[in-house]
Design a protein around this ligand. Structure first.
Ligand code: HOZ
Length: 429
């Protein structure tokens, strides 16, 4: 790691817990010092030592157009000159809401919030308000932000740092949460009953690494929810406008009752959203009795970035291009691993992917945890040395953007090939 990042990390630890404002950035899952970012452009990020990396994190998902897309930058500049925040409604919020409603037919009304965590917290409250029930079903390794009742067998940082159930959350709260294995419909069938308000699921899991749903899993959840009068919440904070413009629900053709969004709908600015039918959303204050509010909700600068991003994505060839390049990357890495004799599984849903160091298949949290973490950490650091920035944890998804050109993909394969050769020498003898 460069000298400037080291110095900044030492300094940061004096005033910021762990030196970071979100734990997964801290490199604790792979060891070493996090790189401090100076700037980013297109598919590249530059650190405080002016070292350049191909960025496969993309701010954990939002940067689907790449960094500094000129339309988004222009929209943000224009919005910023008109005032950062009014705490009053704007035309832009209506336009972004209309874009979301047009893209996801399961959503007739949408409320903008400031983060994915706020979105999922509000979605649970809405489900409980609508059903009058208390219990929630989630999945092991599923992560829906740091909502108290969802920090049960949580993925992402919770799993990476081995604190799947956070301290500071009363057991009376988590007693209402039931967590079962992802892709296991029988497990859901066993626990679902007439006290369950909602089943919340990432339709493509992204916080135990990338784990797509198995055939029939999401439809099975839809059916079980309907049969039991529970609501189905799709947490599409990661997959919304990522795996397709209409999210995972458009690909798998499932209509959830409530959808949560974030990341891409803010184009890299802080935002979140939850949406549902008019019937459900009419329960939300000021129309109905479910209270939820926010000073900065619908922030005009974030809304401008989101509208510009969705505007570029809509009716573009971006999703087809992303699929082609991501597929090429997957094939290249799998071939390189075979050539060097490194057992490895690449899970991928469009431009969202994870490399697991196991024969696989990786279908749930348990199988994701069979990945050899030492190999992953070594792979991560060797790739970093090759100028590639991957998510610093085995249990996270990586992302490509429209700015990742064919040339970038070829470079990534070449570098992964070199690195896998070293991994084979070090681990497979
Ligand atoms: N959902 C993202 C990671 N899994 C959020 C990033 C973070 O926690 O900082």
């Amino acid at each position: 790691m460069g000298k400037n990042s080291e110095t900044l990390f030492q300094r940061a630890q004096e005033t910021i817990p762990g030196g970071v404002n979100s734990p997964v950035r801290a490199f604790k899952g792979v060891g070493g010092t996090p790189l401090f970012v100076d700037m980013a452009q297109g598919s590249r990020i530059f650190d405080a030592d002016n070292l350049q990396y191909i960025d496969c994190v993309g701010s954990w998902g939002p940067m689907i157009l790449g960094h500094g897309h000129r339309y988004v930058v222009e929209a943000v500049k224009k919005a910023a000159t008109r005032g950062f925040s009014y705490g009053a409604p704007t035309l832009g919020e209506i336009e972004l809401a209309e874009m979301i409603v047009q893209a996801l037919p399961s959503i007739e009304m949408v409320r903008l919030v400031n983060s994915g965590t706020e979105a999922t917290m509000s979605a649970l409250r809405l489900a409980r308000a609508a059903t009058g029930r208390k219990k929630i079903i989630k999945f092991d390794g599923g992560y829906h932000g740091h909502v108290d009742s969802l920090l049960v067998k949580a993925g992402s940082g919770g799993a990476t740092f081995n604190v799947p159930d956070s301290a500071g959350v009363p057991k009376e709260v988590t007693e209402l949460t039931i967590s079962v294995a992802f892709n296991d419909l029988d497990a859901v069938r066993t626990v679902i009953d007439k006290e369950v308000a909602a089943v919340i699921v990432e339709p493509v899991a992204g916080n135990m690494g990338c784990v797509p749903p198995s055939d029939g899993f999401l439809q099975g959840l839809r059916d079980l929810c309907t049969e039991n009068g529970a609501l189905l919440i799709f947490d599409e904070v990661m997959t919304g406008f990522r795996v397709a413009y209409g999210g995972a629900q458009s690909i798998f053709d499932i209509k959830p009752d409530i959808t949560t969004l974030g990341k891409i709908i803010g184009g890299g600015m802080p935002i979140g959203a939850y949406g549902a039918s008019k019937e459900l959303m009419q329960l939300v204050s000021p129309l109905g009795p479910m209270y939820q509010a926010g000073t900065l909700s619908g922030n005009p600068v974030a809304v401008a970035a989101g509208k510009a991003t969705l505007g570029v994505l809509k009716n573009s060839s971006i999703y087809a291009d992303l699929e082609e390049r991501s597929g090429e990357f997957e094939t290249g890495v799998v071939k390189a691993a075979e050539k060097h004799g490194v057992p490895l599984t690449v899970n991928r849903a469009g431009s969202m992917w994870t490399i697991f160091f196991t024969e696989g298949p990786v279908t749930d949290y348990e199988s994701a945890n069979r990945s050899n973490r030492d190999k992953f950490a070594r792979f991560f650091h060797l790739m970093l040395g090759e100028g590639v920035y991957l998510p610093p944890s085995q249990l996270e998804a990586a992302f490509f953007s429209a700015a990742h050109a064919k040339k970038d993909i070829l470079q990534l394969i070449e570098r992964a090939d070199r690195v896998l050769k070293k991994i084979a020498w070090e681990f497979e003898k």
